[in-house]
Unconditional design. Structure first.
Length: 66
């Protein structure tokens, strides 16, 4: 089974993208690492050209006891 070590999520804002990722992973923010790939941009006067915020989220692995 091939599992990606991260997911990429888009939203209108970075915070919206983070919330979507946390819901998808069913994890609290303290258990993930977040990298902002794009801040997102609004279109001029609400016109087209808006770009979504994009983040990459990876799960922080717990250290296993030996």
């Amino acid at each position: 089974m091939n599992v990606r070590p991260f997911i990429e999520v888009e939203g209108v804002t970075v915070e919206e993208a983070i919330q979507k990722a946390l819901q998808a992973l069913k994890l609290p923010r303290s258990k993930v690492r977040i990298k902002v790939l794009a801040e997102g941009e609004k279109g001029l006067f609400g016109m087209s050209g808006a770009k979504p915020a994009k983040i990459r989220v990876s799960v922080i692995k717990d250290k296993q006891k030996a």
